[in-house]
Write a protein that binds this ligand. Structure first.
Ligand SMILES: NC(=O)c1ccc[n+]([C@@H]2O[C@H](COP(=O)([O-])OP(=O)(O)OC[C@H]3O[C@@H](n4cnc5c(N)ncnc54)[C@H](O)[C@@H]3O)[C@@H](O)[C@H]2O)c1
Length: 487
């Protein structure tokens, strides 16, 4: 089965197309590596070739990353090491082809996909929203080990490389262009045309100068990214910030810093040896195994049906009623309003309501400072929340969440007030941490539409909600609570 196709074009350029027909998205695992070895041999033997465009055969999706199931399964350090070195070798052959190479990225390009693209001389990417480029490996307890830890600093400079590798965040094409990660962001429709143009530009350069590489712009950038004193400063600051953030529990970001430090100033081949040693140890360690397990479980939770098939259709949730504007109610109000849900927020205490609105505003401000959403988005978000001390507007709610104090009798009173006002098809939920959902449901007129909907504190940092089924909770309630039509 072929995963990579070599398609010779009339102008002497070859398209190296990755398209794994057995999968929805391309991933870099052993079968892909074996097939890349075959495809690169074909390219190497074509001495007439003027250039290679690496692309995906899957519309709107480049390469999702390394095969995470493979990482989960491997237990022997030597096995990881052998595979990593094999990847280094074949990516190295791609990097050393006699003609220029350009990766044309459209869609998700993460981890091993980014590392494959980094082996090319240059990269261009589509400006579409679905194009996201990044190296999320440290979030899985490893470092970018298919050449990313070595090649990225040489392309974008030390500071930018640390930002991307240590946070694991991905960036769109425009940001990638500003960082120097790609040469150009272009509309998707012209991606391949631009890739050919880029090849023509590279063809004019001598083989030695063909590869895009970091050039410090200005004294400050030179000092931080190039000078020995500046680099030492940047690395030691990154190390102490990482230690502070992780309390030393996560070895991967620290290993990435070590590999970058030790590899600096060495030839790529020598630096890759250091990279391979580091990633092989991490990949079989307990932190990696646990982080990969969490990743796989959350992927499964997104896909597995929450109830037996055929499952009822989920109802849309456009308006959320929250009763109790304390720590949790305020946090949920912030999350829901940010996700375009209209929120009615009710509390007996005006002070609680004021504090909750302050929380929403300060969280939105924090996001704006990180470049996510501007002043207009903040105003729109605030306008979506209607606070009040009276229980009004309940009939409009598709979902009502109780987040008052942890006392059975107080909660029961709140349910009583809500039930008589809620539409029959609306969901009624509790954020209780410790009380029994079945017990809380007793006395309700419609226990089938009641469930536990347990957020964790702080809501904006904890990407987990526990949906709890009571003895009488219906499938329809569970489906709407886990996967609403419009959440
Ligand atoms: N704080 C946590 O870490 C956490 C985590 C998960 C779940 N929970 C659960 O979430 C719920 C709320 O916890 P919290 O920490 O936000 O509490 P909190 O004390 O911060 O807030 C409770 C709010 O409910 C209001 N309230 C009390 N009775 C009311 C009523 N009859 N009508 C309207 N408002 C009323 C209070 O004025 C207060 O503002 C509890 O069930 C708790 O077990 C808490």
């Amino acid at each position: 089965m072929s995963i990579f196709r070599v398609e010779r074009q009339v102008n002497g350029v070859a398209h190296l197309v990755m398209d794994d027909s057995s999968r929805k998205v391309n991933v870099i695992g052993e079968p892909a590596i074996a097939d890349l070895e075959r495809a690169v041999t074909v390219l190497e033997s074509d001495t007439e070739l003027r250039g290679v465009v690496l692309m995906s055969g899957k519309p709107g999706s480049f390469v999702a990353g390394a095969d995470v199931n493979g990482i989960a399964a491997v237990t022997e350090r030597e096995e990881v090491h052998a595979l990593v070195r094999r990847v280094h070798a074949v990516f190295g052959r791609l990097a050393a082809l006699h003609c220029p190479t350009v990766a044309a990225i459209d869609g998700i390009c993460l981890g091993g996909g980014t590392e494959l693209a980094l082996a090319c001389d240059s990269r261009i990417a589509s400006e579409e929203e679905h194009t996201q480029i990044g190296l999320p490996e440290t979030m899985l307890g490893i470092i970018p080990g298919f050449g990313g830890t070595t090649r990225l600093p040489r392309l974008v400079g030390l500071s930018t490389a640390l930002d991307l590798i240590l946070t694991g965040r991905s960036v769109d094409a425009r940001k990638a262009e500003r960082m120097g990660l790609i040469a150009r962001a272009v509309p998707a429709a012209w991606l391949i045309e631009h890739a050919h143009r880029r090849l023509a530009e590279l063809e004019k350069r001598s083989a030695k100068r063909r590869r895009d590489r970091y050039r410090a712009r200005g004294f400050m950038a030179w000092f931080m990214d190039v000078s020995a004193a500046g680099r030492g400063l940047v690395l030691s600051r990154a190390r102490s910030m990482t230690l502070k953030r992780t309390a030393g529990h996560y070895p991967a970001p620290l290993a990435a810093l070590d590999v970058i430090e030790k590899g600096a100033g060495r030839a790529v081949d020598q630096a890759l040896v250091i990279e391979a040693n580091a990633v092989s140890g991490l990949a079989v360690g307990p932190v990696c195994k646990n982080l990969v397990r969490i990743f796989l479980l959350s992927e499964r939770a997104k896909k597995d049906p929450p109830v037996a098939e055929p499952s009822p259709a989920p109802a849309p949730v456009r308006t959320l009623m929250i009763v109790g504007a304390g720590v949790m109610g305020g946090g949920v109000a912030a999350l829901a309003s940010r996700n375009n849900i209209d929120v009615r927020l009710r509390d007996l205490s005006p002070d609680s309501l004021t504090r909750a609105l302050q929380t929403v505003r300060s969280l939105a401000n924090e996001r704006a400072r990180k470049g996510k959403g501007g002043a207009r988005a903040l105003d729109a978000q605030m306008a979506r929340i209607l606070p009040g001390i009276e229980l009004t507007g309940v009939r409009r709610a598709d979902f009502a969440l109780e987040a008052v104090v942890e006392k059975l009798d107080v909660k029961r009173r709140v349910f009583g007030e809500l039930e008589v006002r809620l539409r029959p098809e609306a969901v009624l939920a509790t954020n209780t941490s410790s009380l029994s959902v079945t017990e809380l449901a007793s006395g309700l007129a419609r226990p089938e539409r009641f469930c536990g909907f347990h957020f964790f504190n702080p809501v904006h940092r904890m990407p987990l909600v526990e949906v709890v089924r009571g003895r009488k909770t219906s499938d329809a309630t569970i489906v709407t609570a886990t996967r609403p039509d419009s959440w």
